[in-house]
Design a protein around this ligand. Structure first.
Ligand code: WT7
Length: 593
């Protein structure tokens, strides 16, 4: 979720005790009254129809997510309120009011119209964070296209997998990143428009700057059926290529409500979500949810850098901050002297998502940010909204993900759908039907159906509950790797590895890591004729980075004679993990030899 930083050490803070230390809350002592008060009552009284009233609808039950995030404020009392404070990370910043955002997104919608993009066509974005990315993404949704931002670290294969599968007709990119697109453009028969920002625009491309300058700043947001698609993001599973998780315009109902209740944004807040738009957190809580609530957001470009982050909080007086555990651990590793140099007193509420948040992280925040703890939130690309979380009014049990959002039925369930008792470990499941639930896995109904069994949505995570109804994360039920909060499929990495001439076979696992949660570790069998060396390993790492993605390469590579496989030839990653971590090997009856 965050670009590569440099880290040298990990804070040596560790305490078993913290698991039993509850962070007590007294809502009346909070700086602002929480938007959600009386959680236990709301669990029974809340109806989704109440939340539907918080967003604007067009006649006949039509809706547009971008209209709710932008137009309704620009056409109302927030017209001149600052929507975006964008800092490029080099000390330059610019501001956009809701009115300016409205006009710019209208212009972008008109550009799509002019070049002939159709309703529900897939429009991809391969851009570093910049005002153009926010404008394009929202403009595409306003127009009625399906918008999909890609993480700028993707290599040509990462781009191709996504754009080919989705049949994208347009991509918005810049003079630098477009080079990677051109490496695979011949494999993308449906791609019609390459829209390029800046001055380096070729004959066959559309100049975004020129077209934006000429376009009208008036556009009536397309009235969408609530079930029509707004955005899609590709995410990884255990097997196969990344899958296209598709979301609908109606998601905005839950995006709005969860931002209001959980992130607890108030009119005067300055809100900062550190996630890139290439990930679901960036889309839902770095664009649509907060702006639906009309809050001022900060966007920071450039790489992760502790000083720059603290400076951002200080300069823009950030009050609500949503980030990720790896970032928290990296900040912790830099020590407490650094934050003490900055005025961070504007901070009011802190949140985290993506992987387990260590109890130490919660406690560290209490020390460093003037008694403000991190609130862990749990959700997935597929769920489209925070589903389990620590609310501002609620006591925090550090290490716990908190409790389900009112309107969400979550349970720990066994293989057969039978709910388990408190303290029992099992599959974390959700009762299907919440407004922001994915609507499809693009062109793959079989994959979509795999999520639903016994009347439950299986999240792929395992967890347990305690006597107070708090949920505690246990792990993944599958081989998906979470590294620095990013979801990586072992199969994708293995496929990239074996394309290297020196690699005959590859098995990939997540190996626990103090900072990143997990790192990607590969076990490879060399092609005859190659010998193991550091230079070869570095070359293989570079190869995977350049093909797949800058963040999804194996930081460790072990050369082995052979890989444990089932009789049908499937690599048993479970055994690789067990061997690496010194865990019991378990059942090996399907092992080849
Ligand atoms: C997976 C979803 C949606 C935000 C970014 C991640 C893990 C997410 C937590 C948490 C422990 C967490 C789970 C989940 N995860 N939040 N609070 N504690 N694990 O979205 O890339 O779709 O990944 O991230 O394993 O299934 P994603």
């Amino acid at each position: 979720m965050i670009p590569e930083p440099d880290v040298d050490m990990m804070a040596d803070e560790s305490s078993e005790l913290i698991h039993t230390q509850i962070v007590k809350k007294d809502p009346s002592k909070l700086r602002l009254k929480p938007n959600l008060l009386g959680y236990e009552d709301l669990r029974t009284t809340f109806r989704w129809s109440d939340a539907e009233k918080m967003v604007d609808w067009f006649p006949g039950g039509k809706i547009n997510a971008a209209y709710n995030a932008v137009d309704r404020h620009a056409l109302g009392k927030r017209k001149d309120k600052v929507a975006l404070i964008y800092d490029d990370g080099e000390g330059n910043f610019s501001k956009l009011t809701f009115d300016q955002l409205y006009r710019q997104t209208n212009k972008f919608a008109n550009v799509l119209k002019k070049i002939g993009v159709k309703r529900q066509d897939r429009v991809f974005f391969f851009l570093s964070r910049s005002p153009a990315l926010y404008i394009g993404f929202l403009g595409a949704i306003k127009y009625g296209a399906i918008a999909s931002p890609m993480f700028p670290a993707f290599g040509p294969d990462g781009i191709k997998d996504r754009m080919l599968d989705s049949g994208a007709v347009a991509i918005v990119t810049d003079g630098e990143l477009k080079k990677r697109v051109y490496e695979v453009v011949k494999d993308l028969p449906e791609l019609k428009h390459i829209i390029v920002t800046g001055k380096e625009v070729a004959q066959n491309e559309v100049s975004l700057d020129t077209e934006m300058a000429e376009a009208s700043d008036q556009f009536e947001a397309t009235h969408m059926d609530p079930e029509e698609f707004s955005y899609m993001l590709y995410t990884s599973g255990t097997t196969g290529k990344p899958k296209g998780v598709v979301h609908a315009h109606k998601d905005i109902v839950q995006m709005h409500l969860s931002t209001y209740w959980v992130l607890d944004v108030h009119e005067e807040d300055v809100y900062w979500c550190t996630a890139d738009l290439g990930w679901v957190t960036g889309v839902v809580y770095g664009v649509l949810g907060p702006w639906s609530n009309g809050v001022t957001q900060v966007g920071l470009g450039g790489r992760f850098d502790p000083e720059r982050w603290y400076k951002t909080i200080q300069s823009y007086k950030v009050s609500v901050w949503y980030t990720a555990p790896t970032a928290v651990r990296m900040l912790m590793a830099k020590g407490d002297d650094l934050p003490n140099k900055y005025d961070l007193s504007s901070l009011r509420a802190l949140y985290s998502v993506g992987e387990p948040l260590n109890p130490e992280g919660v406690k560290w925040a209490l020390d460093v940010f003037d008694s403000k703890p991190f609130h862990d939130t749990w959700w997935q690309t597929e769920t489209g909204s925070i589903l389990i979380t620590n609310f501002p009014e609620m006591d925090i049990k550090p290490g716990s993900m908190g409790k389900p959002l009112p309107g969400i039925e979550a349970a720990i369930v066994d293989e057969n759908g039978k709910p388990l008792g408190q303290g029992e470990e099992g599959h974390l499941c959700i009762r299907p039907g919440w407004p922001a639930m994915m609507r499809q896995i693009w062109k793959n109904p079989a994959k979509y159906n795999e999520y639903f069994r016994n009347g439950w949505y299986y999240t792929g995570d395992t967890a347990q509950t305690d006597e107070d109804g708090y949920f505690w994360y246990v792990g993944r039920a599958d081989d998906v790797i979470k590294t620095a909060g990013e979801r990586v499929g072992p199969f994708e990495v293995e496929s990239a590895l074996i394309e290297h001439p020196a690699v005959a076979e590859a098995g990939v696992i997540g190996k626990p890591d103090e900072i990143r949660g997990n790192i990607i570790k590969a076990f490879i069998v060399l092609t005859p004729g190659y010998t193991e060396s550091d230079a070869l390993k570095t070359d293989i790492q570079k190869f995977v980075k350049s093909k797949l993605a800058g963040h999804a390469y194996p930081r460790e590579i072990d050369v082995v004679k052979n890989l444990p496989k089932t009789r049908s030839g499937k690599i048993m990653r479970r055994l690789l993990r067990a061997r690496e971590l010194g865990l019991p090997i378990g059942d090996t009856s399907t092992l080849e030899d």
